[in-house]
Write a protein that binds this ligand. Sequence first.
Ligand code: CO
Length: 138
Amino acid sequence: MRLDHVGIAVRDLTAATALFRTLLGREPSGTEDVPGERVRVAFFQVGETRIELLEPTAPDSPVAKFLEKRGEGIHHFALAVADVDGEAARLRASGATLAGEPRSGAGGARVAFVHPKSAGGVLVELSSGHHGRAGGGR
Ligand code: CO
């Protein structure tokens, strides 16, 4: 298990990408629409982990609701695990609350979400990791 990325909710992906380009002194990996979560995302590689910027693409997006309630800021962190479905089942069996079922996320990764009430107030994503990570292509 390792920290795969930290997700930050933003209102304007273009503006936030410009901020992080300056902050990190590097280019993002490009943007991607994730229709299942109704978000558009951009990733910045930072050492072994990444920063994920998330902009909602619909008013009913979970990220839109987060922005309404809490404003811009850290939305979740993601742990890379080999078996997302197995880990989700293990957590559920030990009493954790999951936010929905395991599903497809950004970069074709398998993802599941642990509800903040089961993780110290922070949404936790379990991710199978993203394709092309090792080569640094995206
Ligand atoms: Co994420």
